[in-house]
Design a protein around this ligand. Structure first.
Ligand code: 4AZ
Length: 832
């Protein structure tokens, strides 16, 4: 801005002004002063501004510096916290139980006593070697120490060393001390020194058999309860062959976990006889006795586990001269009574010359019979018949041989004249025939744990005619009278005499008796319903008659809970608080959209009050059905793998329509998988689950048991039933439905089922529709196939979702466990 006089920005020099100038200048003094004042003011303002700026700058820096300081302090504190608290907390002890054989060392009896100087000196030497190996390994920083727990005499010579190894590992590094990794360190050390195909090498200077090295991850509690100083470890020794060494254990004997170590003389094996075991059945959680073929509780050496009381004595053998009994006994009166013996190892080879008389038979028995089969064993029988026309027949009780397929044999494998068969346990008799004069049978044990023994009677048979004239050859190998074919009774024990039968003639008017299938089956087959009269007369029993409580039977097959008292004692109408749902909305089931559960529709609240959703580790895994206030029934295959058999990992959702809205969530106390369940064939696919607590009866509008059918109960072919569950809606589906789905399916005859799948067992039942549009699928397993015998009647559990070829495929129906075959088995648990 211009004012006529230029005011320089900076103070102008005034000393050169002359006196003559003064007058002139006097006139302008005021102006000058004003100028100076203005200049001064402007300067002051500028200084003020500068000061303000400086203040602001300082403040900003102060804030930044303080923020940085706070940040640094937080980092420092976090690091300190992590180093001193979290890091320490996340360090875990990892425990291993192991064993190896030290060769070329003579075993001396003093080694049996951990307090002997000989033991201490030998143990120190071994412990130092093992420690040196691990301290120079990749896991040296994590290795803590080794404790030698036992030295025993080994059949192969030398000393068998049992030891504990402890690592302290930050959680993030746990994979570095896996079972395989830890055992590889030991094996690698020996491997480098192996010579001349011998299995003995050197662990530094210790001669160790590489094949004997076995290391298992173990529990800390097992370590503390077996470690030196524990009050609950006992060592017993059987020095005389066959002499019984008594073994009695009581819960007052010690702590919760107690161990008894058994040893017998070199060259012998230990046989344990259990006379009685009094414990609570609790699925091995509270009470259990685990028997090991080692002196430490090593997982891969477990021989047998008892989680229920034992009343009938039995015995089992170890695979060597050592055995460990590991008791877990909770409070209460718990006891074990039995004894152990040193028995000699049997050479199991027999040569049998078959007698000429085909009626004379002998018996072959599993190794160590009647003791349970150990996991490792073999036996050979060589038969020779007197003629090329005669072969060898073996009649097994509750055991069957079937040709091996790609899956491994879980219950023993057999080599029969070079052909391989798998053995399995079944509930009936079978006959295995070898149509050759010279037969060599070799049996190998192949299960992970001890198993039931078997026995078979052997005899010769006519190769060209296995069954005599007038007899029919069943698939089980049994021979039954020809008249028994298609008589409605399971004479063959696998129903092979009752499939592919033409419909029996209804000889209603004739003097010969009416075919049993038509008699008292609930349908009027003869004019005037003559076949349905006198059905309540009490008579002798057979599988197609209804068993009254009194012990006698009536002809009416479907008498149970049908509203009419038929038995004299009225037992057929007892315990009928089941199978009567009270849907809270009207049920619409006729019109269904085609895009749901393999052809299903949403169920409504209260429609299937027995339906259960079983969740494993938080995820839907299977279905189940409520059958009483504390028992559910499901499929065995839902629990067959080791981790799935722990009841603590499961939750049962009861009274639920939509996932997440259960009226009751129940914990599981115990899972009982059928003892004959066969994971290869899915035969005997049934399991029972006992709840920790009964579900509240106040929930009866939402939770109710389904009726269990009588063993005699029948359904006409093509009878319509319902399958329910939260399983996938198609084979390709990736998401599970949230609302319970129901689909209507027809029951197929056993012949139609066999036409679809080939061999299906009598314990299986097919249901579906020819198009495949309605079916069960993955996730529905274990859930119910619910049927009403008569319109408006009660619902019965006729099937349990088991398996099938895919889901919803045409002519490949769903396969269900046939519940009528398991009524006695189920009742033996739920009415205990
Ligand atoms: C299963 O995997 C499964 N279509 C259940 C039932 C069926 C197929 C598979 C029948 O659990």
């Amino acid at each position: 801005m211009e004012t006529g006089q230029h005011i320089p920005d900076e103070a102008a020099p005034q000393d050169n002004a002359s006196v003559t100038d003064v007058s002139v200048e006097v006139a302008t003094v005021d102006a000058m002063l004003e100028k100076i004042c203005r200049k001064y003011n402007r300067r002051r303002r500028r200084v003020k501004k500068l000061k303000k700026k400086l203040k602001l700058w300082k403040l900003r820096h102060l804030v930044i510096i303080s923020a940085v300081m706070v940040f640094l302090v937080i980092i420092l504190m976090w690091s300190l916290l992590w180093v001193f608290t979290f890091r320490r907390e996340s360090n875990t002890g990892v425990y291993f139980a192991g064993m190896f054989r030290v060769a070329n060392v003579e075993f001396i009896p003093a080694y049996r006593h951990a307090d002997s100087s000989e033991f201490v000196s030998m143990a120190n030497q071994i412990q130092q070697v093992v420690s040196r190996v691990y301290r120079s390994s990749a896991v040296s920083k994590l290795y803590k120490h080794t404790v030698i727990s036992d030295l025993s005499n080994d059949d192969k010579g030398g000393v068998l060393v049992h030891f504990w190894m402890i690592f302290v590992v930050p959680s993030l590094k746990t994979p570095a001390v896996c079972e395989e990794c830890v055992s590889a360190i030991l094996k690698d050390s020996v491997l480098t020194s192996l010579k001349n195909r011998s299995s003995v090498g050197f662990l530094l200077d210790l001669p160790v058999d590489i094949d004997s090295i076995l290391i298992n991850v173990a529990l800390r509690s097992d370590y503390t309860s077996t470690a030196a100083g524990s009050e609950c470890v006992d060592n017993l020794y059987a020095s005389l062959p066959d002499a019984k060494v008594p073994l009695n254990v009581f819960s007052s004997w010690g702590g919760l976990v107690c161990h008894v170590k058994l040893t017998s003389t070199t060259g012998s094996i230990v046989r344990l006889t259990v006379n009685s075991l009094d414990i609570e059945p609790s699925d091995c959680v509270q009470d259990a006795l685990t028997v090991y073929g080692a002196l430490l509780p090593m997982r891969t050496k477990a021989l047998h586990r008892l989680c229920e009381a034992v009343r009938v004595p039995f015995s089992l053998v170890s695979t060597s001269n050592i055995m460990l009994l590991s008791f877990r006994l909770s409070q209460g009166n718990k006891s074990f009574r039995g004894f152990f013996q040193a028995i000699s190892e049997q050479e199991c080879v027999s040569v049998i010359d078959m007698p000429a008389d085909p009626t004379v038979a002998g018996e072959l028995r599993s190794p160590f019979y009647p003791s349970l089969l150990p996991p490792i064993c073999s036996c050979t029988w060589k038969f020779k018949t007197h003629s090329g026309a005669l072969g060898v027949a073996l009649k097994f009780q509750k055991y069957i041989l079937s040709l091996k397929d790609v899956t491994p044999c879980e219950h023993g494998w057999w080599k029969v004249n070079e052909v391989i068969y798998c053995g399995s346990y079944v509930s009936h008799t079978t006959v295995f025939r070898v149509p050759e004069q010279n037969v060599e049978l070799v049996f190998f044990c192949s299960s992970r744990n001890a198993e039931q023994p078997f026995a078979a009677t052997y005899s010769t048979f006519n190769i060209s005619q296995p069954c005599v004239d007038g007899q029919f050859l069943c698939s089980t190998g049994l021979c039954v009278a020809k008249e028994r074919r298609c008589d409605g009774l399971d004479d063959c024990q696998d129903e092979s005499d009752e499939v592919f039968c033409s419909k029996p003639i209804k000889n209603c008017g004739s003097s010969s008796p009416l075919h049993p299938l038509y008699v008292c089956n609930g349908e009027n087959d003869c004019p005037g319903g003559r076949d349905e009269t006198n059905c309540s007369l009490e008579t002798s029993c057979s599988e197609i008659r209804y068993p009254c409580h009194s012990g006698s039977c009536i002809l009416k097959r479907n008498a149970k809970c049908d509203g009419v008292p038929d038995c004299l004692d009225r037992s057929d109408e007892r315990d009928c608080a089941c199978g009567q749902p009270t849907p809270l909305k009207r049920v619409i089931d006729s019109i269904r959209p085609q895009d749901r559960v393999v052809g299903g529709v949403n169920a409504v609240e209260g429609e299937w009050p027995w339906q259960v959703s079983l969740h494993f580790a938080g995820h839907l895994y299977c279905g189940a059905s409520v059958i009483s206030s504390e028992w559910l029934v499901s499929a065995a295959h839902c629990f067959s793998r080791e981790r799935l058999s722990d009841p603590r990992q499961w939750l049962a959702y009861l009274g639920m329509l939509t996932q997440g809205s259960a009226k009751h969530v129940a914990e599981i106390r115990r899972i009982v998988v059928h003892e004959y369940y066969n994971a290869r064939t899915f035969d005997y696919d049934v399991a029972l689950l006992q709840l920790r607590k009964a579900w509240p009866s106040a929930l009866s509008a939402y939770v109710q048991p389904v009726c269990l059918p009588a063993p005699s109960q029948t359904l006409p072919d093509s009878h319509r039933c319902w399958v329910t569950g939260w399983g996938y809606r198609s084979e390709q589906d990736k998401v599970l439905p949230t609302v319970l789905q129901k689909a209507e399916v027809s029951v197929l005859s056993q012949s139609a089922c066999k036409s679809a799948y080939g061999p299906v067992s009598p314990r299986m039942l097919c249901a579906g529709v020819p198009s495949g549009e309605q079916d069960a699928c993955r996730g529905d397993s274990g859930g119910p196939l619910s049927c009403r015998v008569s319109e408006g009647g009660r619902w019965f559990l006729m099937g349990i979702v088991s398996w099938g070829s895919g889901c919803g495929r045409p002519n490949l129906p769903g396969v269900y466990t046939r519940v009528v075959k398991f009524i006695y088995w189920i009742n033996s648990y739920i009415h205990d």
